[in-house]
Design a protein around this ligand. Sequence first.
Ligand SMILES: Nc1ncnc2c1ncn2[C@@H]1O[C@H](COP(=O)(O)OP(=O)(O)OP(=O)(O)O)[C@@H](O)[C@H]1O
Ligand SMILES: [Mg+2]
Length: 366
Amino acid sequence: MARVVLDDLTKRYVAGTVAVDKLNLDIADGEFVCLVGPSGCGKTTALRMIAGLEEISDGEVRINDRVVNNLQPRDRDIAMVFQSYALYPHMTVYDNMAFGLQLRKTPKEQIDKAVHEAARILDLERLLERRPGALSGGQRQRVALGRAIVREPAAFLMDEPLSNLDAKLRVQTRAEIARLHQRLTATMIYVTHDQVEAMTMGDRIAVINEGVLQQVGTPRELYEAPQNRFVAGFIGSPSMNFVAMTLDQKGGEPQLSGDGATVKLDDAQAAALRDRAGGSIMLGVRPEHLDVGSPDGPGLRLTATVDVIEFLGNDELIHAQSGDRDIVAIVDTDVNLKVGEEVVLRAEPRRLHMFDPESGLALART
Ligand SMILES: Nc1ncnc2c1ncn2[C@@H]1O[C@H](COP(=O)(O)OP(=O)(O)OP(=O)(O)O)[C@@H](O)[C@H]1O
Ligand SMILES: [Mg+2]
């Protein structure tokens, strides 16, 4: 059982880089939280500070209301699973899993029971006598998980545990970890740079950029209501399209216009943007929310020329040029677009995101 609270957690390396900048996060007991962000944004550093493997420059880590800043890793009741597995090559699978408990002088029968139970959960029973060199990547990763499970920690910390696996195995192991979380009901803090992994696994996701927390929320919240342009562009695949627009009046009606694009604003949007008249706005729209050939109505209308079509099976990924922008849309294969064709892409008002071009903060959502 562990509630993990990060309170203004900060890491400054000697070189002057701030790797983690006042990170605040309250992780409930039993929750699965993903820390996600681009390479170098401070994910591993944050996790290592929680684990006790990295000195904390400022702020606090609290586990169940106890400040653990100065506790040794072994006294924090947490287990960490690394990207590199870090298995002992000369030991069998059994001994790799048992080793931590043996060091703690846990009674032999108890170790045996824990190892077999973990092996059962992870489907490793037939492999207990093998050495890591004779295992596949996915099996090694399961052994690394098993080694964490036998300790029955209050919280699991995982740093990109799937990144060495091929795409298919990653999807499979992802589901295994989710299942494991349901079964163990332990707190899990999971680091990844892959937003799909974060979206599919996390109860909540914390998006970090350059050491700074951008937004925390459920996958749906981050997808539907990103608070800034960074989160909007990072969450969702392919990424959100951004189009620079200007707010003006047309026949008394407020509208946004840009190169080849217009937005008829609905009342709520017009009201939210009222005091930005004449100003510029960054419009965001996801590829899956762009449509070809729907009738005129409120929302976005954007003219573009198709230049690349990627066939995906059910749908097609369309790259189209609009002004000097590359717009990406996912459309039904039935639409039958051709390269070089001019298309009108449309999106409903509720699918539009608007950001301040300077600060990147979200403006109005309907
Ligand atoms: N020992 C160190 N000394 C100085 N700077 C460091 C040290 N370790 C990491 N950094 C810097 O701190 C920042 C955060 O690094 P960190 O490893 O936490 O990133 P990350 O989000 O885990 O990235 P990745 O996705 O590539 O693993 C980076 O800019 C990195 O260069
Ligand atoms: Mg890392």
